[in-house]
Structures are given as structure tokens and as C-alpha cells.
Design a binder for this molecule. Structure first.
Ligand code: F6R
Length: 240
């Protein structure tokens, strides 16, 4: 695992973009695993800048989401499908049919979760997976207690997660209570993981993830089971 200390999320964005472009450029059919939330936004902005100046080609790029809220509907602006379309796919000119998101708007959620796993497998898996980390140590929406070998499935969101995520809502009045998330086992199958963490609210989770026991009390600790991990964090998150 390589841990990079950066001054702020903008520097982290540039570094993560270097890692992503370096890993995906040689691939014929690259798949980038995309997270939502505040931490990856500067990464997307940097990727869009590189695309605009011709340093990044996205012709064959495919995008795969980590998770999606249950109950908002497929095209709700606060849903992750819409968010990733707006923040990543459209500016990078990736057609929407190349953005894979768990279909948490369907009535049979277990089927939607299994369908996502199958579609991911059909793509050949994720080459680079961007991850944020929750203040409670979650990755994706794998809250504390999640199995380290779990697959994509329906989960309930912790109260802390629902409170933290309320700031991202633009239209919905309430953060949904459940979601479909890639499981930790699914996440660990990506070729490379890039975990981003900024600010004091992440210090305890980052400490547990990097130095605590590898167990489901801190789902992010599972990244230490992966052979190719890049952690990009500021000093606040690294507890300096
Ligand atoms: C988002 C996701 C979450 C976030 C995490 C950190 O798709 O799966 O695990 O990455 O909650 O969110 P931010 O970056 O907003 O602090």
C-alpha cells in the first residue's frame, strides 16, 4: 500500500488523476470505478481538464458506480446515476450506456444487485476503483458489520451516513434509508484501489483502516487485503 500525504483535495485530485490515467491508458477497454461524494470531485474535475486539453482519451472508457440509493427513482437528480452522469460521464463524453449503476430503482432489488454483479463481470471487472471513506469507516455503502467477502446487495444506511450525506442533496428532502452497494468482496476484485480521505472527520476512520485490525468493524480496513492500493489523504485525515 502506498500512502500519499497531500496538501489538499486539489493536489489529491491531480495525483489520483495521474494514477488513473497511468493505469488506464494502456488498456483497450478500461473500466473506471467511480464513487460519489465530495472526495472524488476534484479527481473528476482534473480528468475533465486533461480530457479537454487532449491528454486523456475516453473513447472506450466505461464507468462503474459503487452504489445507488434505493427509492429515489432512476432519474432523480440526487440519485447516483444522475450525479455520475452530470459530474463524470457527460463532461468526459462517456455515453450514458457506458455508465453502469446498480438498478436500485427496480422493484426486485435482489435481482438488480445480482444483475449489477453479472454486468460488472461481463465488462471484465473494474481496473481502477476510486473510493471515499465514511466517517464510520464505510467504503461504498458497506457500513460497519458488513462482511469482508460480501457481494453487491441491498443495505440499510447508518444514521451517521444519512446525516453526513444530507449535505449532498439538492432536491430530495430526506436521505434514503437503504441502497444497493458493491460488496467489499466485489470492491476487492478491482485491479487497483485508490482511497481518498480529507479532513478531521475522517481521522479516526483512516487510523482504523490503516492501522487497526482488519475486520468488519472498519470496512475500509479490508483494503489492506488488496495487493495494489493507493491512499491519498491530507494531514488532517492522517492525524498529524
Ligand atoms: C459514495 C460512497 C461513499 C463515500 C463516502 C465518503 O459513492 O460510496 O462511501 O465515498 O461516504 O464521502 P465523501 O467523499 O463525501 O466524504
Amino acid at each position: 500500500m502506498r500512502v500519499h500525504r497531500v496538501a489538499d483535495a486539489d493536489e489529491g485530485g491531480r495525483l489520483a488523476a495521474d494514477v488513473i490515467v497511468g493505469a488506464l491508458a494502456p488498456l483497450a477497454h478500461p473500466v473506471l470505478g467511480v464513487a460519489t461524494g465530495a472526495s472524488p470531485r476534484p479527481v473528476y474535475e482534473e480528468l475533465v481538464r486533461r480530457f479537454a486539453c487532449g491528454d486523456l482519451t475516453t473513447n472506450d472508457l466505461r464507468l462503474a458506480a459503487l452504489d445507488e440509493y434505493v427509492g429515489l427513482g432512476r432519474d432523480h437528480p440526487d440519485g447516483y446515476r444522475s450525479t455520475l452522469q452530470r459530474e463524470v460521464a457527460v463532461p468526459l463524453r462517456v455515453p450514458v450506456d457506458r455508465l453502469l449503476v446498480p438498478a436500485a430503482w427496480e422493484s426486485d432489488l435482489d435481482r438488480a444487485a445480482a444483475g449489477f454483479e453479472n454486468a460488472l463481470r461481463a465488462l471484465g471487472g473494474v481496473d481502477v476503483q476510486l473510493l471515499g471513506i465514511g466517517a464510520n469507516g464505510h467504503i461504498g455503502f458497506n457500513e460497519p458489520g458488513s462482511p469482508l467477502d460480501g457481494r453487491t446487495r441491498v443495505v440499510s444506511l447508518d444514521d451517521r451516513t444519512r446525516r453526513d450525506n444530507a449535505v449532498h442533496l439538492t432536491v430530495a428532502t430526506e436521505v434514503p434509508r437503504s441502497a444497493i452497494t458493491q460488496g467489499i468482496g466485489t470492491i476487492l476484485e478491482a485491479g487497483r484501489l485508490v482511497l481518498l480521505a480529507y479532513g478531521r472527520s475522517k481521522t479516526a476512520a483512516v487510523r482504523a483502516a490503516l492501522y487497526g485490525p482488519i475486520d468488519s468493524a472498519c470496512p475500509a480496513s479490508a483494503i489492506r487485503l488488496h495487493p495494489d492500493v493507493v491512499v491519498i489523504a491530507d494531514s488532517a485525515a492522517l492525524d498529524d
